[in-house]
Design a protein around this ligand. Structure first.
Ligand SMILES: [Cu+2]
Length: 177
């Protein structure tokens, strides 16, 4: 069972990385626009979630690990990512808010009719499986920070408030990488 989960995770990671290079940024706000030019580099060094780390924030049944965001300048867009663990029943991440952006949306990445990967707001929130986990990562679910109200420089930290349908709200400290 464990081996199966690991191989599925590896497959998902490969798919996510493979799709990233063909992501279509035209006609939409780019995920992590500021880091656009070095997309390839940031992918190469894309941190994998440290799933053994002590949860950086916790609310009823839900643990948040390794929250991080892309660098960006005031006015640009950025995106935040994290790893969610859940030792209770099925839940949903329904909202994220932060003072670092004019607007914060929960996004997913889907394949468009033209075969290009595009991101769009998630309908009904991001599902968190019962007794399971969910990863927000480049090329997949992410927290979209639209219109940064301040520069996000490497090493900076800022707060994001996450609201889960069942578990309620938790504030996490996000590190800029
Ligand atoms: Cu997005």
């Amino acid at each position: 069972m464990f081996r199966y989960i690991v191989s599925v995770l590896i497959m998902l990671t490969l798919v996510a990385c493979g799709n990233q290079s063909s992501m279509n940024h035209q006609g939409m706000h780019a995920e992590g626009e500021a880091g656009h030019g070095d997309m390839g580099n940031s992918l190469m060094s894309m941190p994998t979630p440290n799933t053994d780390a002590t949860p950086s924030a916790r609310t009823d049944g839900i643990g948040i690990r390794d929250p991080w965001a892309r660098m960006g300048m005031t006015g640009d867009n950025s995106a935040a990512y994290l790893y969610v663990t859940n030792d209770q029943g099925e839940d949903t991440l329904v909202q994220a808010t932060s003072s670092v952006a004019k607007s914060v949306e929960l996004h997913t990445v889907i394949k468009g009719d033209d075969g290009m990967m595009k991101m769009r707001p998630v309908d009904g929130g991001i599902p968190i499986p019962a007794q399971g986990n969910q990863t927000l990562k480049p090329g997949s679910y992410h927290i979209m920070l639209i219109g940064l109200t301040r520069d996000l420089k490497k090493g900076d930290t800022f707060e994001v408030q996450l609201t889960f349908k069942t578990a309620g709200s938790v504030t996490v400290t996000v590190e800029v990488r």
